[in-house]
Design a protein around this ligand. Structure first.
Ligand code: TYC
Length: 117
């Protein structure tokens, strides 16, 4: 009997694959999404910026506790570079700009950069 009905829709939604509401409105049942690329925000060591200033930056802009900020600052001081946080592109870019502006306004040579994870 099936062969008497040409182009019989098949599948759980009658062959519409979840895109056709029935009123001519296209709605995806499960829209394709992609996870965004993530970016590391890095602090670089220098010989001039006070340790307390770097700890303050990590608390103020990266939401670190005093203990976390101190650990990161000491890591950067000893190793030359360290991760402040990992964010999507626009958030990372904003953090870098905030830190660079804040340090420059206070005549500190502190450098903050970002790199794709
Ligand atoms: N090296 C600096 C000092 O001895 C401290 C410092 C730590 C500076 C981390 C920058 O990203 C930095 N005062």
């Amino acid at each position: 009997m099936d062969q008497d009905i040409p182009n019989t829709p098949s599948g759980p939604d009658g062959g519409r694959e979840g895109r056709e509401s029935g009123a001519g409105v296209m709605l995806k049942a499960r829209p394709k999404t992609r996870r965004p690329s993530m970016y590391k925000v890095l602090l670089l060591n220098d010989d001039f910026t006070p340790m307390d200033f770097v700890v303050h930056i990590l608390e103020k802009f990266f939401g670190k506790t005093r203990a976390e900020a101190t650990d990161i600052m000491l890591h950067v001081h000893r190793r030359g570079v360290g991760i402040c946080g990992i964010y999507t592109y626009e958030i990372a870019e904003t953090k870098v700009t905030q830190v660079m502006d804040y340090a420059r306004a206070r005549e500190q040579p502190l450098q903050c950069t970002m790199e794709k994870e």
